[in-house]
Design a protein around this ligand. Structure first.
Ligand SMILES: Nc1ncnc2c1ncn2[C@@H]1O[C@H](COP(=O)(O)OP(=O)(O)OP(=O)(O)O)[C@@H](O)[C@H]1O
Length: 232
């Protein structure tokens, strides 16, 4: 079966520094896959490669089996890939509603409208006219998720979505991800915390020093085994 997104022997980095070395990874339509690894191994650089914010130095990125000729800032969006970025990146001068509407800039049609986002996160409707950054960390994460969904993506990339959030909010957000997974959207979860990996995804890749060092099905490995592969 043709993968939705495939990275083949990708080399990428910043300036002269190579961070990803011959990285291979694929995700099928509607699949839920994790990328796990310690701090600094290159997980976010995979996302940056798709966003055109790291330097693409070699290899191929294929979308629905076709090699993308050039990676640019709009590559991910035009392919139907939306990112919930690490650190959320809520724009401070915009209201909650304006932040959400940014996600719909390309006008892809689908089930996600601003009213649907407000149904998913009623607090965002209540605070829709407040500055996005005036909200709590958990609520800002809701904006980041809502903004990504507004793009009606085929693939949702979540970069450490629960980082810095209180456990009760993590539970709430992971329940939402589980429901989202049931809608058929593909999920690529970048994460260090294995509970979320296990709850949301079926397959994993372990990254170390910019390459995949292990991959498999989440159900076939123990938590301890996964933790050990990350630490190596
Ligand atoms: N904009 C940048 N310019 C130069 N080097 C960078 C840049 N962003 C990241 N790096 C470096 O690239 C390496 C990989 O960083 P990356 O953010 O991809 O790691 P990560 O696995 O996502 O880690 P974390 O979990 O801490 O986010 C690190 O050594 C980091 O310092």
């Amino acid at each position: 079966m043709t993968a939705l997104l495939e990275l083949r022997n990708v080399v990428a980095g910043y300036g002269a520094a190579r961070i990803l070395h011959d990285l291979n990874l694929s995700i099928g339509e509607g699949e839920r896959v994790s990328v796990i690894g310690r701090n600094g191994v290159g997980k976010t650089t995979i996302v940056n490669t798709l966003l055109g914010t790291s330097r693409f130095m070699g290899g191929e990125v294929l979308y629905r089996g076709r090699a993308l000729p050039k990676i640019a800032g709009h590559t991910a969006a035009t392919c139907g890939i939306a990112v919930v970025p690490q650190g959320r990146k809520i724009l401070p001068n915009l209201t909650v509603a304006e932040n959400l509407r940014l996600g719909a800039a390309l006008g892809r049609k689908g089930r996600w409208t601003i009213d649907e986002i407000y149904r998913l996160f009623p607090i965002l409707h209540e605070r829709r006219n407040s500055s996005g950054t005036a909200l709590s960390g958990g609520q800002q994460q809701m904006i980041a998720i809502g903004r990504a969904l507004m793009a009606n993506p085929d693939l949702l990339i979540l970069d450490e979505p629960c980082e810095g959030l209180a456990p009760v909010i993590v539970d709430e957000i992971s329940a939402i991800f589980k429901n989202l997974a049931a809608t058929g959207v593909g999920i690529l979860l970048i994460e260090q915390h294995l509970n979320l990996v296990r709850e949301i995804t079926d397959r994993f890749y372990v990254i170390s020093k910019g390459s995949v060092v292990r991959s498999g099905h989440v159900a076939s490995v123990s938590q301890h085994d996964l933790q050990t592969s990350i630490m190596q």
